[in-house]
Design a protein around this ligand. Structure first.
Ligand SMILES: [Zn+2]
Ligand SMILES: [Zn+2]
Length: 135
């Protein structure tokens, strides 16, 4: 399994590489992550020793820290895509799984903050699965 991952934003201005293994992969269903992603949960990979290298567009990366919380989000100023960020005073790298262009090398560790999950976020594995846009 490769310990090098690459990723980018939707508009392609921001590109990055992550060198080093991910230690955990959390699907966070908290209310902040619901707002932040517009979805049921965030999907973030974490590493305490991997190195983040911006390949292009670093000047386009913005970070929003939600006051009085530990919630923060980095995103592309042009397209809004979620991007990696350093948390906990730079000691923990968080990488949105969907921002990666390379395969994710570990399985999700856990669903967290499920006590705060959306009221429609239940039994999703039983919802019909359609390969592409429904007819
Ligand atoms: Zn972008
Ligand atoms: Zn969360």
């Amino acid at each position: 399994m490769s310990d090098k991952h690459s990723g980018s934003c939707l508009c392609g201005q921001v590109r990055f590489e992550v060198e080093g293994a991910f230690e955990s992969f959390y699907l966070c269903h908290c209310e902040y992550c619901q707002k932040d992603t517009g979805s049921a949960h965030a999907a973030n990979l974490f590493s305490s020793h991997a190195r983040l290298h911006w390949i292009s567009g670093e000047h386009n990366v913005r970070t929003f820290d939600l006051p009085s919380t530990r919630h923060s989000k980095s995103f592309c100023a042009t397209c809004g895509s979620a991007l990696p960020k350093l948390q906990m005073n730079g000691t923990l790298l968080a990488v949105p799984a969907g921002s990666l262009d390379s395969d994710v090398s570990i399985r999700p560790t856990a669903h967290i903050f499920v006590a705060s999950k959306a009221n429609w976020d239940d039994g999703l594995e039983r919802v019909p699965r359609v390969e592409r846009l429904p007819e």
